[in-house]
Ligand binder design. Structure first.
Ligand code: ADQ
Length: 482
């Protein structure tokens, strides 16, 4: 059924709204802008347009009416406790997340979760259909909303619909496990343009469509011949795909890291670590995709081999707990807690910890100071769509200092080829790479860092959003009858 049009020319749909609801001790509540790149990426492209954002409001609460903030209409969707368990923790984070990250832990396939995923995607599509003006542009984000493109197209064929995947898209040999894989692909093919982090992700998607739906492709365009299909309808479709790697706000990170207070704080951090010769740093969400266990294994062996010793070398590992109600994350946390405890028990001295392990979440100023304080940043994911931490490190190092050890299984590795690239599964190789990064002479390090900074400066988040929207605008769009 075609629904009535709204008044917004540009509508974003993402799992979360760009604001968090903060409830004070006295029970009063207010909204606070969420930290994170997506908000700053979307802001410049939303300003000056009649723009709206549809997303889950966070913790379950009573119905909240849509409201305006900074000239943007925010449209909260409320989820019940059961919907959060089934759609978000279940299908999004226990099925799709591990499946799309190379099945590092086994995905769980539960029919009840899939039914909830379909229901919540329907609610997102209905909300966007009601808000979007005739011919509006809609940008849908990420793996939680893969059915929205087709659901939305069925209701509003006049819209220009884009979707961007922040995480990898797996090879068809893995994707084929998903009992509802064909529905997911048909859900996505409702878009005009499907953006991915890497060319390989777009290729994996096209191969999955070919193998599971029998589509053909010419260059970056997937053609679906049309069929009596409940999601996609009977019309043939041509959908453009492409790699548009996400980035960060280089200028604001660079400026922040130059501030005297941040530089002073960086020196303070080093002093409180006991002024070691080498500070190694890891900054991750506590997630099994991030390769924290492999990193700690390598560090532990380097201490055991006597290649590094306290107090000369210390690792500062910041790991913000996430998805704490999901079992795999609880297990990971206790494994890492144990590993850190063993390393410190075996190799720390009095007042000289081998590993400083922190769960806190920090303001941007403190993140910039941490990056400035680190001689080597260790980014060792087993699989990561992009990894913004690597790019933030480069943007913070206006001084040309620091070394980046970067897993070849991150999207960032495609762009930051001057990093010390590593395979985190190869512990021997990882140890050697860490030592090389620690021992490289400053002039060579500086050359590498300046090249990485150039790349992030010229490919920042604003360029990303523009490139994405240009590709969406240029997508074939209208169904071709051949
Ligand atoms: P994430 O898996 O969350 O994102 P990442 O790209 O590294 O991973 O971004 C993490 C962000 O959180 C960074 O901006 C970082 O500064 C911040 N952060 C981490 N720890 C923090 C702490 N303790 N305190 C404050 N801030 C902290 C997903 C995909 C990635 C992809 C992004 C964007 O998994 O591959 O790069 O989306 O598309």
């Amino acid at each position: 059924m075609v629904s009535a049009a709204g008044t917004f020319d540009f509508v974003v749909a993402a799992n979360r709204l760009p604001v968090d609801r903060v409830v004070e001790a006295d029970g009063s509540a207010h909204w606070q802008t969420s930290p994170g790149g997506l908000v700053s990426a979307m802001d410049p492209v939303m300003q000056g347009r009649r723009a709206a954002w549809v997303g889950w409001a966070g913790d379950p609460t009573d119905e909240i009416a849509p409201f305006d903030r900074d000239g943007i209409r925010l449209h909260p969707l409320m989820l019940t406790v059961t919907e959060i368990q089934d759609y978000y923790e279940g299908f999004s984070n226990e099925t799709l997340w591990p499946l799309y990250h190379d099945v590092i832990v086994p995905p769980r396939y539960r029919r009840r979760w899939w039914a909830a995923y379909e229901r919540i995607n329907t609610r997102f599509a209905e909300a966007v259909a009601d808000l979007a003006a005739p011919g509006a542009t809609v940008w849908i984000h990420d793996y939680q909303l893969q059915l929205v493109p087709s659901m939305l197209r069925a209701a509003r064929p006049d819209l220009r619909i884009g979707w961007f995947n922040h995480i990898p898209f797996p090879p068809v040999e893995l994707f084929g496990q998903l009992p509802w894989g064909r529905s997911v692909l048909r859900g996505l093919l409702g878009a005009d343009f499907l953006g991915f982090q890497r060319t390989n992700d777009a290729g994996n998607f096209m191969r999955a469509c070919h193998q599971l739906l029998g589509t053909t492709s010419t260059g970056d365009v997937v053609s679906w011949a049309g069929a009596d299909d409940d999601l996609l309808g009977a019309e043939p479709r041509r959908v453009r795909t492409g790699a548009v790697p996400i980035s960060i706000d280089f200028t604001s990170m660079d400026e922040l890291a130059r501030e005297p207070a941040v530089r002073h704080r960086a020196a303070e951090i080093r002093a409180s670590l006991g002024d070691p010769q080498t500070v190694l740093l890891g900054v991750d969400r506590l997630d099994y995709t991030k390769g924290i266990r492999h990193r700690l294994r390598a560090i532990s062996e380097l201490f055991a081999d006597g290649e590094i010793t306290t107090p000369d070398v210390t690792l500062l590992q910041i790991a913000t707990p996430s998805r704490e109600r999901v079992r795999a994350y609880q297990e990971l946390r206790s494994q890492i807690d144990g590993q850190v405890g063993r390393i410190n028990g075996d190799f720390s001295g009095i007042g000289a910890s081998a590993v400083h392990y922190l769960h806190h979440s920090y303001p941007r100023e403190e993140m910039a100071a941490l990056y400035l304080a680190a001689d080597v940043l260790l980014v060792t994911p087993l699989r990561d769509g992009m990894n913004l931490v690597a790019k933030e490190y480069a943007a913070s190092r206006w001084d040309g200092g620091g070394a980046l050890v970067l897993s070849e299984f991150t999207g960032a590795a495609q762009e930051l080829s001057q990093a010390f690239l590593c395979n985190p599964h190869d512990i021997v190789g990882l140890k050697q790479t860490i030592l090389r990064a620690m021992r490289e002479d400053p002039a060579a390090l500086r050359k590498r860092m300046l090249a990485m900074r150039r790349r992030v400066r010229t490919h920042d988040v604003h360029a990303w959003a523009r490139r994405y929207l240009d590709a969406l605008e240029a997508a074939p769009g209208k169904p071709s009858r051949g």
